[in-house]
Design a protein around this ligand. Structure first.
Ligand code: CS2
Ligand code: MG
Length: 403
């Protein structure tokens, strides 16, 4: 079997997606996701202009060798664009391999380790009472894990709060960069009040999560972690930007608050100090950003040695192809933690046919061969790419900070 053609499909059913379709000379094909939110066309060019031509004629079943060929062969290794392009090809090749084996993908990754994949969804609001109502409603929909975020009084909504970040409505991404405002000193006292109220409202047998979105210093994160200990959060996510992995040592010294990080990581080297020193409890790498099925499986297996669990990133800015790949890895590995899942717009579900399914707080892999996601190319063509940007954030004095 040989790779005969590689298509790169860009579409925008509610938001932009980059999809690779690898077609073999025997007619079997696989798809993969290469979406990097706000930088999509960089991946398109990397795929179309640079790596697709080098793969024609290769054996699609040689997933490890092709991954190494693209990783080592880039010379300029790693980075979000390179690793998303490798991820897209890798997901498509694993899709092909599973179809050739006539098995759902999880069977090729060790078989089933669990019957269902626990997910968490987002609740955001402009004030604590609105968030509380949303969490109660989510609980009634059967969710066992819910992420809660609240706006900061006196500041316009910023990531993770209210409609401004509802990607389904296109709220988060805009045709040009928008600027939002952040103030740590207004945020810090608010979050413990939110979770005190939520615990009163929904009790203790539901997992509550919170995403700081890279906005604190280590000592601020240590203070927030301590302040939240009474409310027993499942995790505090992205408390600190993690380029300086050892910064998490400061947080760890001060609090037993479980920590999650890694959605923006793209290789195992972004994680080695964090995992080996057990500075975190959940690693958030996801198929599209960290080198595909091959990439995240390597990272989760490494993490399993150090008591660190998986927690694949999974909002709607990665396509259902990534979600399909994630679900199969989630189903097979032993050290699964949780899967983020916000669902998708109707248009997205129309374009991407998904055999995997969601039901009341849990995802279930397909039993059909492959990772369970396909793309309707004709329908995709009806949703052309439209440039879209994530916001940036500034402090109240105007200086740049993490959005
Ligand atoms: C967020 C993401 O879901 C999360 O944990 O951090 O929604 C993030 O803001 C987006 O993926 C950025 O494109
Ligand atoms: Mg996050």
């Amino acid at each position: 079997m040989k790779i005969k053609e590689i298509k790169v499909i860009v579409c925008s059913p509610g938001r932009n997606f980059v999809t690779v379709k690898v077609i073999t000379d025997e007619g079997v094909y696989g798809i993969g996701d290469g979406t990097v939110n706000g930088r999509e066309l960089a991946v398109v060019s990397y795929l179309k202009d640079h790596i697709a031509p080098t793969l024609i004629g290769k054996d699609p079943l040689r997933t490890e060798d092709i991954w190494q060929y693209l990783y080592k062969g880039a010379y300029w290794r790693r980075g979000p664009i390179t690793m998303a392009a490798i991820a897209a090809i890798d997901m498509a090749l694993w899709d092909i391999k599973a179809k050739v084996a006539n098995m759902p993908l999880y069977q090729l990754l060790g078989g089933r380790s669990r019957d269902k994949v626990m997910i968490y969804k987002h609740v955001g609001g402009l004030d604590i009472s609105e968030v509380t109502e949303g969490v109660i409603a989510m609980r009634e929909q059967g969710l066992d894990a819910i992420r809660a975020q609240v706006s900061i009084p006196g500041l316009p909504p910023i990531y993770g709060t209210g409609p401004s970040t509802d990607q389904a409505a296109g709220g988060m991404i805009k045709p040009m960069v928008t600027e939002e405002v952040w103030a740590t000193h207004k945020y810090m006292p608010l979050v413990p009040k939110l979770f005190e109220k939520l615990r009163d409202a929904v009790g203790w047998d539901v997992h509550l999560l919170h995403d700081v979105h890279h906005r604190l210093t280590p000592i601020e994160a240590a203070r927030l972690g301590k302040d939240l200990e009474p409310y027993r959060l499942f995790w505090l996510e992205d408390a600190v930007p993690a380029e300086l992995q050892e910064g998490f040592r400061i947080i760890r010294q001060h609090t037993t608050q479980p920590l999650a990080v890694g959605e923006i990581f793209n290789s195992v080297y972004d994680t080695t100090t964090l995992i080996q020193e057990q500075l975190i409890d959940y690693i958030r790498v996801t198929a599209v950003h960290a080198g595909g099925v091959t990439g995240i499986k390597k990272i989760f297996d490494f993490a399993s040695i150090y008591h660190v669990k998986s927690a694949c990133h999974g909002p709607m800015d990665m396509s259902p192809a990534t979600m399909g790949a994630n679900i199969h890895v989630d189903t097979a590995i032993n050290n699964f933690g949780i899967q983020e899942f916000t669902g998708y717009t109707k248009e997205t579900y129309d374009v991407f046919k998904c055999d995997w399914r969601y039901d009341r707080g849990y995802l279930y892999p397909n039993e059909t061969p492959g990772h369970g996601t396909d793309i309707d190319e004709d329908l995709a063509a009806k949703y052309p790419y439209a440039a879209a940007y994530l916001p940036v954030a500034r402090l109240e004095d105007g200086s740049m900070t993490s959005w």
